[in-house]
Design a binder for this molecule. Structure first.
Ligand code: UGA
Length: 480
């Protein structure tokens, strides 16, 4: 491998992880961002996101002299062989399409600074055809040579980003330019040598592979979530269903964990953007459209489940939420299922207390009217119900007897299937778990989920197309 001079624009999850890992492999990397505070922090060793292992790699790469941080994009680009664009592509509020203004701005900013023979690589998730637009922007600004534009989508997950980047299932490189392929082949050589697959495709195919992968995974999660609904009614266990399905190698065991609905900065945004792209091409992606609808409805419907375990009303009830981030091992709150759940509960009069190992700082900005606790037992103290929303390792080993003892009513809704319901019941809990059997009608329950549904829908910002069965019924444990 020859050491390549690389600029990475954008120090979010993708940019920072890519920059740190490239530098750790021996390339000369400058990570740039227009956020001066962020760059100053990075220059002082402060990591702006919570991502396991990232701090160590950043420190090592910086110490080795391979990695530096700057706000001077033009200066960095001038000396680079490859410029990776890793800026955000958030959903446009008006229509859900990916907002490409940052990407386009980047292209025009760097157009004349790129040295002859350099290439531009998009790592940001961008709709099919974006590479063509970037190429046009560059061509318009430059009179001399054409700069190849390559699509190199990123498949890392928050929380396991370093492992995913360095040990990927595949690296996708989309370009029809032979010289550009050679540069990218050299950059990724360290992992190619370890046997990881480098897949070369046309640029447009690479752009679409990213969206297709995320949409497929989102659909897979939604499928198992709907199976969980069915299991609850049909006296079966979705854990068994996932295991039985996953043993089929054509299906595979991953992303079959039923829960409160997928969240985060990627699946909700990318599924919506893919639907919009397809519409522009006159194609209807019905499966993806249904996935988007079903997941939105599911996230909001979780509030209804809380009402249910509290016999139909949460008014003036104290509810303890354990886990706020959209998944474990991240402090990211973007599109987390906790947001609509808490907002709906509060609108129905609940008093919400919450704890999260890493996400409370971000959560405070989004959900100000919540009482936050550093300790999960303090959070549960005096609560009428406890809801597990994120499967943090630290939340998997709580002393259930102690937890039950500090609550006003030991009622638990386990939306991540963290605890064995029988064990929780033995420790004194009335418990409901996603996708678990054993449901029987509660003779005293006044709860009427189907009547409440329009009420819930009216309170939500997006229209809900609910198709699944909502007649969730109480657990056996509750009757005991
Ligand atoms: C996702 C993809 O997994 C990455 O491959 C992709 O690179 C990334 O989006 C992106 O486009 O940048 P991420 O959003 O970090 O990564 O998180 P995931 O681990 O995929 O989880 C997404 C959501 O699905 C979370 O809310 C999680 O709790 C939920 N999920 C995941 C389930 O409910 N069940 C599962 O079995 C798996």
């Amino acid at each position: 491998m020859q050491s390549a001079a690389i600029t990475v624009i954008g120090t979010g999850y993708v940019g920072l992880v890519a920059g740190a890992c490239f530098a750790d492999w021996g390339h000369q990397v400058i990570c740039v961002d227009h956020d001066a505070g962020r760059i100053a922090g990075l220059n002082h060793g402060r990591v702006p996101i919570y991502e396991p292992g990232l701090d160590k790699i950043l420190a090592r790469a910086t110490r080795s002299g391979n990695l530096s941080f700057s706000t001077d994009t033009i200066g960095a680009v001038k000396s680079s062989q490859a410029v990776f664009i890793a800026v955000g592509t958030p959903p446009r509020k008006s229509d859900g399409e990916a907002d490409l203004s940052f990407v386009h701005q980047c292209a025009s900013d760097i157009a004349t600074a790129l040295r002859p023979g350099a290439l531009v690589v998009t790592k940001s998730t961008v709709p099919v055809g974006t590479g063509d637009v970037i190429e046009r922007i560059l061509r318009q600004a430059r009179q001399d040579d054409a700069i190849p534009v390559v699509s190199n989508p990123e498949f890392l997950r928050e929380g396991s980003a370093i492992g995913d980047f360095c040990e990927p299932d595949r690296v996708v490189i989309g370009t029809e330019d032979e010289a550009a392929r050679a540069v990218l082949r050299n950059i990724y050589q360290p992992i190619a040598l370890r046997g990881h697959r480098i897949l070369f495709t046309r640029r447009r195919s690479a752009e679409l592979i990213k969206y297709a992968s995320n949409a497929f995974l989102a659909a897979k999660i939604t499928f198992i979530n709907e199976m969980a609904d069915l299991c609850e009614m049909a006296d079966a266990d979705v854990g068994d269903i996932a295991l039985g399905m996953g043993l089929d190698r054509r299906i595979g065991p991953h992303f079959l964990h039923a829960g409160p609905g997928y969240g985060g900065s990627c699946f909700p945004k990318d599924t919506l953007a893919l639907v919009r792209t397809a519409q522009e091409y006159g194609v209807s992606l019905r499966l993806v459209e249904e996935t988007v609808q079903a997941n939105t409805a599911r996230k909001r419907r979780m509030a209804q489940r809380v009402r249910h375990i509290l016999d139909g009303s949460v008014e003036n009830k104290r509810i303890a939420i354990l886990g706020l981030t959209f998944k474990a091992d991240t402090d990211d709150m973007r599109d987390s299922p906790s947001i609509p759940l808490i907002e709906l509960l509060q609108r129905s009069g609940a008093v919400v207390h919450a704890h999260d190992p890493e996400g409370m700082e971000q959560a405070r900005r989004i959900l100000p009217n919540v009482t936050y606790h550093d300790d999960p037992y303090d959070c549960a103290r005096g609560a009428d119900a406890i809801v597990f929303l994120t499967d943090w390792e630290a939340l998997k080993h709580l002393d259930l007897a102690r937890l039950a003892a500090v609550m006003r009513h030991p009622v638990m809704l386990d939306l991540r299937r963290i605890y064995d319901p029988e064990e929780a019941a033995r420790q004194g809990f009335v418990i409901e778990t996603v996708g678990r059997s054993g449901l029987e009608p509660h003779p005293l329950s006044t709860f009427q989920p189907s009547y409440l549904l329009p009420d819930i829908a009216a309170q939500t910002r997006l229209p809900i197309a609910v198709t699944s069965n909502l007649n969730i019924q109480p657990t056996k444990e509750r009757l005991a």
